[in-house]
Design a protein around this ligand. Structure first.
Ligand code: MN
Length: 240
């Protein structure tokens, strides 16, 4: 049976949910199918959604509300969506409790960190000294900088023997203080955190780049393969 990856969508102020099809295609390319959480903030329904799925994908999107990590909104912070924050915080707590695999991308990475009590740079450009441009022009998903994989982290294992991999970069925010239970597994050369994982979870990885946009590179593909493999194992376990 094919595993089901639950996707948390963007939730617009216009009352519409959406998921870029690049996420859907990435999940399918590794042998799973996706299911998008419908437009709801009903906790019971979100819990039921988590029960149905074998793994969870937290996607990119608008900035997380700074109040959630104890800061007032800087003028450089971008658009926020309190409804999406609420839905995803509920969904993340439930997904984490389920023990099923979680992959979080870009905003998803920031959301996971905040959900676990960490904080964010509201705007790298105005709060962090760096020569690297982390926020590429809209739509430019070409390789922007390298990330150094921490030796013997699970991500290092997933990517093979390479210590540094090239990634795209579409974020103007990043992890400032680390959420509880998370460890850094990749950094840009300027020290910005680019990937974290939870050692006590079976599979919880959060990356700051967009692997779903560069599936033609082996590293991006390997990450989705590892995620879907973990979801397959989860599914086999529940079917036994
Ligand atoms: Mn970056």
């Amino acid at each position: 049976m094919i595993p089901i990856i639950g996707i948390f969508p963007s939730v617009g102020s216009d009352g519409k949910s959406s998921v870029p099809n690049t996420y859907v295609r990435a999940v399918e390319a590794s042998g799973a199918m996706s299911l998008m959480l419908p437009y709801t903030s009903d906790r019971g329904i979100i819990k039921e959604f988590v029960r149905l799925c074998d793994g969870f994908l937290f996607t990119g999107g608008v900035d997380v509300e700074p109040r959630l990590y104890g800061e007032t909104k800087s003028p450089m912070c971008g658009e926020i969506s309190p409804l999406r924050d609420e839905i995803e915080l509920t969904g993340f707590a439930s997904a984490l409790e389920s023990g099923k695999p979680i992959l979080a991308i870009c905003r998803g990475c920031q959301l996971v960190n905040v959900a676990l009590g960490g904080s964010l740079y509201q705007d790298i450009g105005s709060e962090y000294e760096t020569n690297i441009r982390h926020s590429s022009a809209p739509g430019d998903y070409s390789h922007a900088h390298g990330v150094k994989l921490i030796h013997v982290s699970p991500l290092y294992e997933i990517m093979g023997e390479n210590g540094t991999i090239p990634v795209n970069s579409m974020h103007h925010q990043a992890i400032k203080t680390l959420g509880e239970g998370l460890s850094v597994e990749a950094e840009a050369e300027d020290g910005i955190t680019e990937a974290v994982y939870m050692p006590r979870a079976k599979f919880l990885h959060a990356v700051q780049w967009h692997p779903e946009r560069t599936l033609d590179d082996a590293y991006s593909h390997r990450l989705f393969d590892a995620f879907v493999l973990a979801a397959k194992r989860e599914k086999q376990k529940t079917e036994q």
